[in-house]
Design a protein around this ligand. Sequence first.
Ligand SMILES: Nc1ncnc2c1ncn2[C@@H]1O[C@H](COP(=O)(O)OP(=O)(O)OP(=O)(O)O)[C@@H](O)[C@H]1O
Ligand SMILES: [Mg+2]
Length: 155
Amino acid sequence: MLSIENVSSGYGKIGVLSEINIRLEENSILGVLGRNGMGKSTLIKVLSGLLPCHSGKIFLDNEDITNYPPHLRAQKKISTIVQGRGIFPRLQVIENLMLGKLLQTTVKKDRLDEVFGYFPILSERTNQVAGTLSGGEQQMLAIGRAIMSDPKSCF
Ligand SMILES: Nc1ncnc2c1ncn2[C@@H]1O[C@H](COP(=O)(O)OP(=O)(O)OP(=O)(O)O)[C@@H](O)[C@H]1O
Ligand SMILES: [Mg+2]
């Protein structure tokens, strides 16, 4: 039903997906596993048409949909469920973290170094716009922001 052939993609000059090949039959379920930032969500973006292929082809029922825009793919019943973390996507990583303690008047200590200790990637990406982090990285940011409020309990 869905055939992904030698698809490569990424963000600008940054390559994330390299010659991916997947064949999906009707009524089947495929799990794609990989560490944070490996490109799972990027693959979903490519399939939904939000991100162009650098090379390769995508076929749906033998129809070449590689260059179809998202709304055409949606009409063809390709649906996407995106990750959501409740972070502020247009603010930088560091701004999101600082917002965590903004309303706290009784924060005893600054826990930024602790957050960076748990999640070193955040310390490398302080100025990245949070919405462009990978899903897992956004989850780290969401947890980090919670820690910044120096909580007693965290759900
Ligand atoms: N818009 C963007 N601009 C620049 N880099 C991006 C952008 N979107 C994602 N990236 C980077 O591309 C890489 C792959 O991200 P992607 O979201 O596909 O990972 P993932 O496999 O879904 O990870 P996770 O398990 O954490 O959700 C990451 O290093 C991420 O920071
Ligand atoms: Mg993801």
